[in-house]
Write a protein that binds this ligand. Sequence first.
Ligand code: MN
Length: 337
Amino acid sequence: MKKILAFIVLAVGFVLGENAMAEGLNEAQKAIAESAIYTARGDQKGLKPALERALNAGVKLDELKEILVQSYAYCGFPRSLNALGTLMTLEEERQKRDVSSVSVTPVEGDSFINGSINQAELVGAPVTGKVFEFAPLIDRYLKAHLFGDIFSRDLLDWKTRELATVAMLSARDGVESQLKSHIEIAKNNGVTDEQIAEILALSGQIKAQNVLFGFGKENTQYAPYFIGTSYLQPLNTEGLNIANVTFEPKCRNNWHIHHKGGQILMVVAGRGWYQEWGKPAQELHPGDVVNIPPEVKHWHGAAKDSWFTHIALAVPAEGASNEWLEAVTDEEYSKLK
Ligand code: MN
């Protein structure tokens, strides 16, 4: 009986064009999320191949246009217009042009009323808030324009719109509360936890790969002393050794000691940890500077849910050396938030 049921579920999933058993992002959804992330970052170099991957995965040109138009509500007209310019250039360059168009049912009725209904349906309840009473005009624009004019268009379903919105917001700084709200809205509209996690991971990775001092190459030289994968970008090797080190989520180095010279860490991006032997771990954020005296046993690395980048500066001293010790166990590490 179970086997028959599993077969029926698989068959239904197949007919719907997606595998109902696996709830991760499919190729088209992943390319849409990447396009939304690069659009929100204003990164045309990353955007163009992402848009091409979307077209190759079967996303229609009109659907991509719609996503980039919607992006203006989350990252402003300048980035929306630049992204549309990139899509236009890509379409002109492609040998295989997308001439198919997607039909859209004309929207009837009042934008503000349509938007109020759509917003309540998206969120699961009517939306009120002190800031909307303080400035009613923004409530009007949000409802009439974003949720009325844009979300009423049936060219894209709400699931896809919310998937793109979560991707756009995750690519930006200082919009944590909006990201949190839209993760809930996305879930209300059929985006799975696994898909959300994949979007956040994609966004973290794209941000980490584009930090100011460069991502560099996989840190194979020191890999035996790390758990997880790190990336090393040497910045200066004469007189003073300076390197940009990026850790993937959960990646950390073993306990170690810098003999004679010590080390200075300057946090560039993400969230991470520094811990001295026998002391509680310190949470690290961009702008934090850690002075590690020589002979102090310690480790540093990423938080469990965040990429982490710091510049490591080796304080020069005669006969300076590093001593690598035991790994930071999963048991110790899992106690950190
Ligand atoms: Mn160190």
